[in-house]
Design a protein around this ligand. Structure first.
Ligand SMILES: Cc1ncc(COP(=O)(O)O)c(C=O)c1O
Length: 362
């Protein structure tokens, strides 16, 4: 039988979690709480749901190939031009488009050792080499990343804040990096959790567009807007850079329901505000409760926490499952003593804490 390309054989596939219903059936539990995938616990934007419903009757038509209305509205909201935007089937696809456009066999891409797992996947899938930079304190170390640049470096990925560590790099460090790295290297700053960050030290990298051309910021409708199932993400960058990425983009990659839903979600400031508020309170509650159990939690700027157990957490993970609480192991990242927990509704957070206390005998 035919073999795949060399680079594909070595790829470790992304392992998705099981559907909740399947787990409930296997474990014999009901009403399980899933706080495992950094989804919005309040549900989708209600305005988006209505817009998707209205769109259903047009499903016989192909979608707008260029996400025309969504692109114009988003450009206006961000204060950029439509030509600065590219949409993807989730920001995941935008990351893939970056790799397909700017990386090829023999090239190197630098990323943090605990950086978002899609970075190594898209890099290796095109035959490029992943160069790993250590993350002391579970935070990107931009000085170290800079020191790893070679003539083969073409792309540098930074998730800010990062998943699964929940940590962010500060304004001064990132500004220094964007200035220092030469412009024939593409810097990708993945801002999937942008809307949750409330920290004056955070750098919104779209503000750097006119200072650096080889820069792409990625964001998503999957998190604060609650539309992970629709799959809409986007990249913001220099018009020429975006035009190259558009050459490899599949023409109808954003389906019509997704375009309509995302467009409506942009207007839904009420849902966004509420999501932000509930998340901030939940983050505070979870952090305090976990610390009271003498567990370490990284300083989260996101909608999840990374919890350090100081030992193999899988028995705790399994016991939580039996209590009907699904969290996320992060061993695939090399984090063998941590679990990642998404901030849920207050009721979900309390259920998790109660289950954890029970499991830990406290
Ligand atoms: C850092 C980071 N980037 C990107 C994504 C991908 O999001 P999506 O493809 O749903 O836009 C995620 C999702 O968890 C993430 O954590």
């Amino acid at each position: 039988m035919i073999k795949p390309n060399n680079c594909i054989e070595g790829l470790i596939p992304y392992v998705p979690g099981k559907p909740v219903e399947e787990l409930e059936r296997e474990l014999g539990v009901k009403g399980a709480v899933k706080i495992a995938s950094n989804e919005n616990p309040l549900g989708p934007s209600p305005l988006a749901m209505k817009a998707v419903e209205r769109e259903l009757a047009g499903l016989n038509r192909y979608p707008e190939g260029d996400s025309f209305y969504l692109k114009r509205a988003l450009a206006e909201a961000l204060g950029v031009k439509p030509e600065n935007l590219i949409f993807g089937n989730g920001s995941n696809e935008v990351l893939e488009l970056v790799a397909r456009t700017f990386l090829t066999e023999g090239d190197e891409a630098i990323m943090g050792e605990y950086a978002f797992i899609v970075f190594p996947i898209v890099t290796q899938a095109v035959g490029a080499r992943r160069v790993t930079s250590p993350m002391p304190g579970l935070t990107h170390d931009l000085q170290d990343m800079y020191s790893r640049i070679t003539p083969r470096t073409r792309v540098i990925f930074i998730a800010n804040p990062n998943n699964p560590t929940a940590t962010m790099v500060g304004r001064e460090e990132l500004e220094w990096f964007l200035e220092k790295v030469c412009d024939d290297i593409m810097i990708v700053v993945d801002e999937a959790y942008f809307e949750y960050v409330d920290d004056p030290d955070y750098l919104d990298t779209t503000s750097q567009l006119d200072r650096r051309r080889s820069l792409i910021t990625t964001r998503t409708f999957s998190k604060i807007h609650g539309l992970a199932g629709l799959r809409v993400g986007y990249g913001i960058g220099d018009a020429e850079v975006i035009s190259y990425m558009n050459r490899v983009r599949e023409p109808f990659n954003i389906n019509s329901l997704a375009q309509a839903g995302a467009l409506a979600a942009l207007e839904d400031t009420e849902h966004m505000e509420k999501s932000r508020r509930v998340n901030a309170l939940g983050l505070e509650y979870l952090t305090a409760e976990l610390q009271s159990l003498t567990l370490n939690v990284t300083d989260s700027r996101t909608n999840f926490v990374l919890v350090e157990f100081g030992r193999d957490p899988m028995p705790i993970y399994d016991a939580l499952l039996r209590e009907g609480v699904i969290v996320r192991p992060v061993g695939e990242y090399g984090l063998k003593t941590h679990l990642r927990v998404t901030v849920g509704t207050q009721a979900e957070n309390e259920r998790f804490v109660a289950a954890l206390r029970n499991v830990m005998g406290k």
